[in-house]
Design a protein around this ligand. Structure first.
Ligand SMILES: [Zn+2]
Length: 381
């Protein structure tokens, strides 16, 4: 597959967000070449001057089973996210599964079942990286090691279960890391029933790979306490759509002043009590770029390459060898911006005109959820 005539080509890399290229060559589901006026056989896409960005990654979802969420009793939410440009989502814990088990064997069984089911079930091709056990007090180092052997890669949010004090949070995070799991800790007030307020002592002590929703999920710590979290941790800090917008801006500015924007990742923290937002990642990027004044290419990196880095994923970067997960976007019809970057800077949601996952065209033409893009790629087989 050959894509030509790309307007803006966003790399997903926070260090160099815009590429000097207008074509992408894809073979066997992977990007093989990025450059100018490339040639190749196979299907061709004329991007018509649209922007191309890496498939967006939602760093924070709470899936259950299938394309259904019991929290909002809604069907088809994962497919709806694909129409918002999301091609990968990472589970922060399957906490909404009705009757979620809390004993160690049950926690392990649920994680393994979730991982296996979503590995085999890809609505519209979306990669749901699930199987994220929530730490409970009765779990031991052997539980984490056993789960890692069974194929579990992610730890659900520390603090959503019975593990909550700084020493025990640190102990479970250490066991998870020793087993090779990528970890996450809840930050802020309680959310679901049985969850806890996780303040800066526990969050800093845990040293998890991701500080979940630094702007609250949904209840935020105070700005002063958040500054302590950002200064006291050295890995990823996450801003979510379903959080507090005021402290999201505080986090953005503080990380910017610390020259630590490579640590910023975004998610929706959905499905949640506040809903399911198919355009939640686009909205978060537009919020950071417009109200927060963040460079649009860097804003895109917070939802792609930055997550790839902290989660250890191949996708999220446009470069030779990477999976061909790509989204076409442009200024929405009727908006003040001339291209996707200007629209984001002005706070408009770009229109999506196509989605490719692993080199397979999954959405051809206009997304059903975004406003219509000004330009739409032309596909020829
Ligand atoms: Zn949380």
């Amino acid at each position: 597959m050959l894509i030509r005539n790309i307007g803006l080509l966003f790399s997903g890399d926070v260090a160099m967000p815009l590429l000097d290229a207008d074509s992408i060559l894809i073979e066997g589901g992977r990007i093989t070449q990025v450059g100018r006026a490339l040639e190749g056989a196979g299907p061709r896409i004329d991007a018509q001057g649209c922007a191309v960005v890496p498939g967006l990654i939602d760093n924070h979802v709470h899936p259950a089973f299938g394309d259904w969420t019991p929290r909002q009793n809604q069907l088809g939410w994962i497919e709806a996210f694909a129409h918002g440009g999301v091609t990968t989502m990472v589970s922060a814990g399957e906490v909404h599964v009705p009757g979620r088990p809390k004993d160690p064997v049950g926690v392990r069984a649920l994680a393994i079942a979730a991982q296996r089911c979503f590995d085999a079930f890809r609505p519209l091709g979306v990669k749901v990286l699930a199987g994220a056990p929530v730490p409970e007090r009765a779990m031991t180092a052997a539980d984490y090691a056993g789960m890692a052997q069974d194929g579990i890669r992610w730890l659900g949010e520390i603090g959503l279960g019975t593990v909550r004090d700084p020493e025990e949070a640190a102990r479970h995070a250490r066991w998870a890391r020793a087993a090779g799991l990528n970890s996450m800790i809840h930050c802020g007030g309680p959310s679901i029933a049985g969850s806890n307020r996780m303040g800066h002592e526990a969050v800093c002590a845990a040293d998890a790979d991701i500080v979940a929703h630094i702007n609250g999920g949904p209840t935020s710590l105070s700005a002063d306490e958040l500054t302590k979290v950002m200064a006291g941790t050295r890995r990823a800090n996450e801003i979510v759509h379903n959080g507090n917008p005021r402290t999201a801006l505080h986090a953005l500015r503080t990380l910017g002043e610390m020259a630590a924007l490579a640590r910023l990742v975004v998610g929706t923290d959905s499905p949640a009590g506040s809903g399911v937002q198919p355009l939640g990642i686009l909205r978060t990027i537009a919020f950071l770029a417009s109200v927060g004044g963040l460079d649009p290419g860097v804003a895109i990196a917070t939802a792609t390459g930055n997550i790839a880095h902290w989660r250890g994923l191949e996708q999220g970067i446009i470069a030779a060898g990477r999976p061909a997960d790509l989204v076409f976007m442009d200024a929405p019809l009727g908006g003040a911006g001339r291209d996707a970057a200007q629209s984001l800077a002005l706070g408009d949601l770009p229109g999506i005109g196509g989605v490719i996952i692993d080199g397979v065209a999954r959405i051809v033409g206009r997304s059903r959820n975004t406003p219509p893009p000004g330009r739409i790629p032309e596909w020829t087989t």
